[in-house]
Design a protein around this ligand. Structure first.
Ligand SMILES: Nc1ncnc2c1ncn2[C@@H]1O[C@H](COP(=O)(O)OP(=O)(O)OP(=O)(O)O)[C@@H](O)[C@H]1O
Length: 626
């Protein structure tokens, strides 16, 4: 019951339904006792004494009692359903809210299928027990109690003798409970592993099909399906072993009653009517005793489910607001970002970032370059406080970001991720996602800046087109442009572009960059890119390798020193058969962040020519520089 004590806050507010349900079920149960008494009266007072004229009145009495009992059963059903569903509603709400605030650290490990199974099957089991199971379990005890008391009033000796097998029955039921509980826990686990498999398969259906891995997926699912089956069969085995035993003990008491009771009637110790009433009462007790297995099963299942829900509810949230956290005021934020000797490692891993230091003045553009896994995205994750920094600190306008409320910090930041996530909603809603009140004009303006407007207008329903789950139905570049529009619309103090234009073609990238330039003036911008052309006008470019800054400076400076930046430049440059790979030969637009990088740009051409000459690729360079 400890589990349900911990879940009390979810159902206690609805206790009036609980009490109505208990009261009405008890009343109905008590009315059930009228029937054996009527039988006794019918035999001893009416039939034996030949007063047959009373039979119709007795029959009417039974109908009346049954009608009232039906009324109480209706009240029990209705209030239990309300109680169960209100509890489920409260729990679902709390769990969903909790899911919103779990830290990235939690989601790094979480399995969607498992979460879904907790939110559906486990929640359903708790709902059924709180709504019906509990009251019915209580009713079982009441029926046994009422029935026994009534039997005692008829003949205490016969009652004691009839009840002699009941302790064995109770003992078997308790043994049964202790075996069946772990079995149900295993069933729940294998169920969630099976749903995880289904969910992953549906999400990754394209990958599965493109690698023709359907047979492998079927086999993987079969294993889990098998595991689920085995767990269910084992549970049925426990059930099959204990249930007949319980039935045997229950039936033994009937045999004892008939034998001893019959003998007592012959010896005129009790009347025939009393034996018939006794017989009816013993079934009144045995009925719920048989059901006790079901109720215990129901209880243990919901207890296992309740534990799994509590595990979610008690999950530690790593990143949360401190007490007295400062609320950033949007109109006062400058966007001055400082990383002060930050070292960070993901749980159980080598540091992803080591002694990282950076001073990004308001309105400046910072470029991050580095190979896969070098720590670029980690810099961004830490800035948005997806994870807490323990070694070193990150400051925004002089305040440690751990002292600032998460909401106000993230309101100042807009990120365009490498992978675009779109919700199954209209394009308009997807663009307006990060902003509360927004007009259609603003949405269209952002879409135009992100070069998304034209292709959106070509869709049959334009901005009202509903995109499929995860944006299916749109190309990678189109999705990225919608994500860019979403970020632009937010108009943040800090803009982060995490390989944001990797999926669009060069020309579109260039146009989008012009859009950024227009919108992002005065905003601090972080650009992660693999193409040097996307970063070259940044105020400072940091080159990362295995979490360490190995080079830093402007494009112009970095081009003049030996190192990975120059190497990358050469590789990117040498790989291109056509000079137009990077930016159009004829400058169709200004470079990105022209204002911020204006000083650096002046000498670009000369530096690039020098390098290209040394690489023996002058012809290609003509298109690269502008
Ligand atoms: N959520 C995570 N949990 C554990 N380790 C992670 C996580 N995210 C990144 N890492 C690890 O941290 C290191 C740096 O990763 P990061 O994503 O910052 O690299 P990156 O430079 O952005 O790479 P890419 O260009 O491929 O996106 C890698 O070794 C990576 O495996």
């Amino acid at each position: 019951m400890e589990v349900f004590r911990q879940l009390k806050s979810f159902y206690w507010s609805e206790r009036k339904y609980l009490f109505i349900s208990i009261f009405s079920l008890m009343a109905a149960t008590a009315l059930g006792l009228v029937y054996p008494n009527l039988l006794r009266y019918l035999i001893d007072e009416v039939i034996t004494k030949g007063r047959f004229e009373a039979v119709p009145y007795l029959a009417l009495g039974v109908v009346g009692v049954m009608a009232v009992k039906a009324g109480f059963m209706f009240m029990h059903g209705a209030s239990s359903a309300r109680l169960g569903n209100k509890t489920a509603f409260n729990l679902r709400k709390a769990l969903y809210e909790k899911l919103q605030y779990y830290s990235f650290q939690y989601y790094d490990q979480a399995r969607t299928g498992d979460l879904m199974s907790r939110l559906t099957a486990d929640l359903g089991a708790v709902r059924d027990f709180v709504g019906f199971g509990f009251v019915q379990l209580l009713n079982v005890f009441m029926m046994v109690l009422f029935g026994t008391v009534m039997m005692f009033t008829i003949n205490w000796k016969l009652t004691l003798l009839t009840m002699v097998t009941m302790p064995f029955l109770a003992f078997t039921a308790i043994r049964f409970e202790s075996r069946i509980h772990p079995a149900f826990r295993s069933i729940r686990k294998s169920m969630s592993s099976m749903t995880t498999s289904v969910q992953e398969n549906i999400t990754g259906v394209r990958t599965v099909k493109s690698f023709a891995r359907e047979p492998h997926e079927i086999e993987k699912f079969s294993d889990r399906n098998e595991d689920y089956k085995v767990n269910n069969v084992n549970t049925s085995g426990i059930w099959a072993k204990y249930f007949p035993l319980m039935e045997l003990f229950a039936n033994l008491s009937v045999v004892i009653l008939l034998g001893l009771g019959g003998w007592m009637v012959i010896g005129q110790v009790i009347s025939l009517g009393e034996l018939v009433a006794f017989f009816s009462l013993i079934w009144y007790i045995i009925g719920p005793m048989w059901g006790i297995g079901f109720h215990i099963n129901n209880y243990t299942q919901s207890k296992a489910s309740g534990e799994r829900l509590l595990e979610l509810l008690h999950q530690y949230i790593h990143v949360k607001n401190k007490e007295n956290a400062v609320q950033l005021k949007a109109d006062q934020v400058q966007g001055h970002v400082v990383f002060d000797h930050v070292t960070f490692a993901y749980t159980g891993k080598q540091p992803a970032l080591t002694d990282f230091t950076l001073d990004a003045r308001p309105g400046s553009v910072i470029g991050l370059l580095g190979g896969t896994g070098s720590g670029k995205s980690t810099v961004i994750q830490l800035l948005m406080r997806a994870y807490n920094v323990k070694d070193g600190r990150i400051m925004l306008d002089g305040a440690d970001i751990r002292d600032v409320t998460l909401e106000s910090l993230r309101e100042q930041i807009a990120i365009v991720f490498q992978e675009t996530f779109l919700f199954s909603s209209t394009i308009r809603n997807n663009i307006a996602y990060g902003v509360k009140q927004v007009s259609m004009d603003e949405v269209v303006r952002a879409a135009k800046l992100a070069k998304a407007h034209d292709f959106i207008m070509e869709l049959p329903l334009g901005y009202d087109t509903v995109v499929g789950e995860r944006g299916l139905g749109l190309s990678g570049g189109q999705k990225q442009r919608i994500a860019i529009a979403r970020a632009l619309l937010k108009n943040p103090k800090i803009l982060i572009l995490d390989d944001a234009t990797s999926a669009v073609d060069m020309e579109t990238e260039h146009e989008i960059q012009r859009g950024f330039r227009e919108v992002m003036q005065g905003r601090t911008t972080f650009v992660i890119a693999h193409r040097i052309s996307s970063l070259k006008h940044a105020d400072e470019i940091l080159v990362l390798d295995e979490g360490r800054v190995v080079q830093r400076g402007t494009h112009q400076r970095l081009m003049q020193e030996e190192g990975p930046y120059l190497e990358t430049y050469k590789i990117q440059f040498a790989d291109q058969p056509d000079a137009s790979w990077d930016e159009p030969a004829a400058p169709i637009g200004e470079p990105l962040f022209a204002d911020a990088g204006a000083a650096a740009r002046e000498n670009d051409e000369a530096a690039e020519r020098e390098i290209a000459a040394s690489a023996g690729a002058q012809a290609k360079l003509r298109g690269f520089a502008h």
